[in-house]
Design a binder for this molecule. Sequence first.
Ligand code: CO
Length: 141
Amino acid sequence: MRAQAGAGSLLTEIDHVAIAVRDLEAAIGYYRTVFGAEVVHREVVESDGVEEALIEVADSYLQLLTPTRDSSPVARYLEAKGEGLHHVGYRVADCAAALQAVKDAGGRTIDDAPRPGSRGTTVAFVHPKGAFGTLIELVQE
Ligand code: CO
């Protein structure tokens, strides 16, 4: 039986699945060649030290992510863990409310308050420690 995403869930949709890669052009080429998937948006997020390329998959995105500087958290991630799944972004109606819900539940957060993300979104990250090993991004469009 499939659980329904009822009115009670703060997570409304999967916004994106983010994959950390060393060579953004090579990764884009892979998805184009193998799956015929095209990039619909590219953006450098200077504050995070990353460049991202978004590939649309239905109503969600695959986000290919590469560091733009050595001090970027994604650079440190690549060094420690190598390429692969980096985080999952969930759409929420209200980022501040969802972040507060995590705090109220005793969860660890990376961001203390919502901040600007790419594509004009408002985002906040939840620490993987306390979230069963997955870095979670709360995305408000
Ligand atoms: Co993200």
